[in-house]
Write a protein that binds this ligand. Structure first.
Ligand SMILES: *Cc1c(COP(=O)(O)O)cnc(C)c1O
Length: 235
């Protein structure tokens, strides 16, 4: 399959999974994860009509975004250190990987300085894996009211990652738990949160069936073989 075919077939699978779970095809947003990919790859995918991209490192994003078409929107999905919060606030429309009150407070401060309202998701370590970043589910509920009170941030929902397993059905309960927590957070805030970011190349169909509204897809769109760090001609 070439890149154009991969983009077409991935979009069809996303829409089919939405319809299968009783929702409108456009109720699920596809974010193209471009970490380790070149600006040329980004351009080829954006030529197919995708406009929302995600990066996992601020430094790589900073070099890459300026080389990509200007009409694209960018999300941050990787672990963010407070000292990169200012750059992140400039580069990204949404930070999906907010995993502490301290980081939220720092983002709120820098967003205020640049006069921007930053959309955020709280990242949850749903399966309790020690190798992953993210909130423990009970800590999300504890911090939610305080983060919600920060004037320059808008909480749009939660982001989570399922553990890697060879068998896709084993991740279904993990996604179901995250959806439960997402609903609980909406209850606590007094209004449902619009975004539930779950599902990657290997498990996005199950994630959509369990209520995902945003899938983060790299390999299925761009193909295998991304660069481990950065991208060629980055500097
Ligand atoms: C890399 C990455 C993805 C995309 O993974 P693929 O398996 O290539 O689709 C999604 N979410 C996060 C947080 C990632 O780091």
């Amino acid at each position: 399959m070439d890149l154009e075919e991969r983009v077409r077939s991935t979009r069809e699978r996303v829409m089919a999974a939405a319809v299968r779970s009783g929702r409108a095809p456009e109720s699920v947003t596809l974010v193209a994860v471009s970490k380790g990919r070149s600006p040329e790859d980004v351009r080829r995918v954006s030529d197919q009509g995708l406009t929302l991209f995600a990066e996992s490192k601020v430094q790589e994003a900073k070099a890459k975004i300026s080389m990509c078409p200007g009409r694209l929107r960018w999300h941050m999905i990787g672990h963010l250190q407070s000292n990169k919060a200012r750059d992140a606030a400039f580069l990204f429309e949404m930070i999906q990987s907010v995993d502490s009150l301290a980081l939220a407070e720092e983002l709120n401060k820098v967003a205020g300085k640049i006069g921007k309202t930053l959309k955020i998701l709280l990242e949850v370590n749903v399966a309790g894996e020690s190798t992953k970043f993210g909130y423990r589910p009970d800590s999300v509920l504890a911090d939610l009211p305080r983060i919600n009170a920060l004037a320059n941030l808008e909480i749009h929902g939660l982001m989570g990652m399922a553990p890697w397993t060879g068998e896709v059905e084993r991740v279904r309960p993990v996604f179901r738990n995250l959806k439960g927590l997402h609903d609980q957070c909406g209850g606590l805030l007094g209004a449902p949160m619009p975004v539930l970011s779950m599902g990657m190349s290997g498990d996005f169909e199950v994630a959509i069936e369990e209520g995902s509204t945003l899938v983060r897809i790299g390999t299925a769109l761009f193909g295998p073989g991304r660069f481990a760090t950065g991208f060629p001609n980055a500097r």
